[in-house]
Design a protein around this ligand. Structure first.
Ligand code: MF3
Ligand code: CO
Length: 250
């Protein structure tokens, strides 16, 4: 489960590609563009940077990005759907670089979104930051979800329970599972060299989700808005380090 400094350097590069792609998407997102167009741009950029899209082909997933709009929580498949003014758009991206995985996600707002959507994005991003801050040697996996859940519920929102964060390295999903809510059974101690993908998914209404007929898209059961932010985080002797993060791609 623990990575060497050399492995962490490669994972930093894998995640840098992911964060550059998300920064490109943020600059490109506008009313009228289709999610398939965003996906094609992401795939080209990843390959130009020497990476391989990690989600494409993973358990049969057909695309480079997951693009999940409004009540969609995760795993939205890119297609002809056009982005509309007022949408919130969650974009999740994974890359394989020199045999190691990077994985991150952000939710963007397009044009004028309503106040509850704005607050949802702020709260979910802050929830991720608080989760990242728990990624310290000696803490437990459960401390991450505990901190995230406490904050999100104090703001009146809910944390999705069906999907969780995960270890990451030579595989996209490695142990341990990292719930974004308090689970006392997840009492494993964090150690330096571990890398965790922390990824709170937050809903305005109930945390219950349903899967679409397409076999992938996950949406809220009650149709309420949902947001998703994710970073891959290394636990170092100096505390948490968000992999791939640079001044201009955060
Ligand atoms: N970030 C998601 C995860 O960690 C992405 C998986 S999407 C899939 O599970 F398409 F690859 F399944
Ligand atoms: Co992930």
């Amino acid at each position: 489960m623990r990575k060497s400094p050399g492995e962490l350097a490669i994972m930093d590069e894998a995640n840098r590609i992911v964060l550059e792609v998300l920064a490109m998407i943020e600059r490109t997102l506008e009313e009228g563009i289709t999610t398939a167009e965003l996906d094609a741009m992401a795939e080209k950029m990843i390959r130009d940077m020497g990476g391989i899209p990690a989600f494409k082909g993973y358990k049969g997933y057909p695309a480079t990005l997951c693009v999940s709009i409004n009540d969609e929580v995760v795993h939205g498949i890119p297609g002809d759907r056009k982005i509309c003014d007022g949408d919130i758009v969650s974009v999740d991206c994974g890359v394989i670089y020199r045999g190691y995985y990077g994985d991150a996600a952000k939710t963007f707002s397009v044009g004028e979104v309503d106040d509850i959507a704005k607050k949802l994005l702020e709260v979910t991003e802050k929830a991720l930051q608080l989760g990242v801050d728990e990624c310290r040697s000696g803490k437990r996996v459960s401390d991450i979800g505990k901190r995230i859940e406490k904050y999100v519920s104090s703001e009146g929102f809910n944390v999705v329970r069906k999907f969780v964060g995960h270890g990451i390295g030579r595989s996209l999903h490695e142990p341990p599972e990292v719930p974004n809510f308090f689970d006392p059974e997840k009492n494993m101690k964090l150690k330096t060299g571990m890398v965790l993908a922390i990824e709170p998914m937050v809903t305005v209404g109930s945390y219950e989700v349903v899967e679409d007929e397409d076999g992938w898209t996950v949406r809220t059961k009650d149709g309420s808005l949902s947001a998703h932010f994710e970073y891959s985080v290394a636990i170092t002797k100096n505390g948490p380090r968000i992999l791939g993060l640079r001044e201009d791609n955060g």
